[in-house]
Design a protein. Sequence first.
Length: 95
Amino acid sequence: MKPATPTGAGSTRQPAHRLSEVLGLYPLVREEHLKTLQKCGLLEPPDTVGGERFIGFADVAVIRQVNAELQRGAPFRSILRSFVASRSGQLALDF
């Protein structure tokens, strides 16, 4: 996958990847998963340039990890809980 460079005024991430290409590489991740990940703050909203949606490298990494977990058979809700907990630093043990 070759990084694209959107030229829109609102573009803040470089380089960017076409969302359609990323979803082609990781077919287990659906649009509804992306919306949920955005609502939880795990993904940035995609930049739209010329009708194409672009995402940054960090978002591609999250999508790749979610796809890998889905391949192992984990339910999306448990994947989401795990990602949110790790992002918010709530993985401390309580005794």
